[in-house]
Ligand binder design. Structure first.
Ligand SMILES: [Mn+2]
Length: 315
């Protein structure tokens, strides 16, 4: 059901905002933006829950320091809002809050989102959850404050790869322009997000790209990341972010992926494509995402999982 956030928030006292696991700029930026907007409009301070660690480069987001990883599981919220959460499993054990909440709202932009929750605001044509929120605020005349503008700009910028992925539309750019007018500084946010990489991060990414495998006349490019590699570089959860895009950027590549060994029985995939629908491939393994950017987790060892994925790719 589509929803009117004004009415829902007005009738709620205790509100929780939820991100997805391995949070990115979109889910964190959207959460902090909505926090700021709700506080300014209703004088309610929602709780913010990050279900796994916050990458260092997003610690500049206004109000992010109020986000917590663990909450008292006995809490019951009037309202729980998920942001950029494509499927409910991605909130991990915070699902307990979602299940117990009196009302739930699902705000997202993934086309594979099954529309869980009592209400939803989902636009698969939007670049990011940040853009969905921006459009909602604009349509409903919610005045965007500077902190929210910084957060929404970060959400949109990171999910569009700095306004260069195929999800970048004229609406995206108009939203970005309006957010700059509202106080977001593009150069400051760019530097915070992209020029704060650690030496280990860059070396790890180059290592992974260096050992990439190319198949089908270089149309398929992928790399495998073993647990021992992650340990060797003391890699954080976000260390593989962007590697699939680097492999896709090669002129011959049509589909690229990164296979990451979680353990001997679990492998995580991040897939990118120029042509084929990788959301469809990932959904065969219980994952999902967008046509040209998707992910999934397969319950088998990395070598077997890679073969399973390769079999599903037809160019
Ligand atoms: Mn997103």
């Amino acid at each position: 059901m589509n929803c009117n956030l004004d009415d829902i928030i007005k009738s709620s006292k205790k509100i929780l905002l939820l991100t997805h696991m391995n949070p990115d700029g979109d889910t964190l930026g959207s959460m902090c933006a909505l926090y700021s907007m709700i506080y300014n409009r209703f004088k309610i301070r929602p709780d913010m829950n990050v279900v796994s660690g916050i990458p260092y480069n997003y610690k500049f987001l206004p109000n992010i320091e109020l986000a917590q990883r663990y909450f008292d599981k006995s809490l019951v919220y009037d309202l729980v809002i998920t942001l950029d959460v494509a499927s409910i499993e991605r909130i991990l054990d915070s699902k307990i809050f979602f299940d117990k909440a009196k009302c739930t709202v699902n705000i997202d932009h993934h086309k594979t989102n099954p529309k869980f929750g009592d209400y939803y605001i989902i636009n698969p044509d939007a670049s990011s959850c940040g853009e969905v929120l921006f459009d909602y605020f604009k349509e409903n005349n919610w005045q965007i404050d500077t902190n929210a503008a910084i957060c929404l700009y970060t959400a949109i910028m990171t999910d569009t790869g700095n306004f260069r992925f195929e999800n970048t539309s004229s609406n995206t750019l108009r939203a970005a322009a309006a957010l700059v007018d509202a106080g977001a500084n593009p150069n400051y946010i760019y530097k915070k997000c992209y020029e704060t990489k650690t030496k280990n991060f860059v070396l790890f990414q180059n290592y992974c790209v260096n050992k990439a495998v190319f198949l089908e006349d270089n149309k398929i490019a992928y790399t495998t990341v073993y647990k021992k590699d992650l340990e060797k570089f003391a890699a954080g959860d976000d260390y593989t972010d962007g590697i699939a895009e680097t492999l896709r950027a090669i002129d011959t590549t049509e589909v690229a992926f990164v296979a990451k060994e979680v353990d001997k029985k679990l492998t995580k995939f991040s897939m990118r494509s120029k042509k084929i629908d990788v959301a469809e491939i990932c959904s065969k393994f219980g994952g999902g995402g967008h046509t040209f950017a998707a992910g999934c987790t397969i319950k088998t060892d990395i070598d077997d999982a890679v073969n399973k994925v390769l079999r599903e790719i037809s160019l």
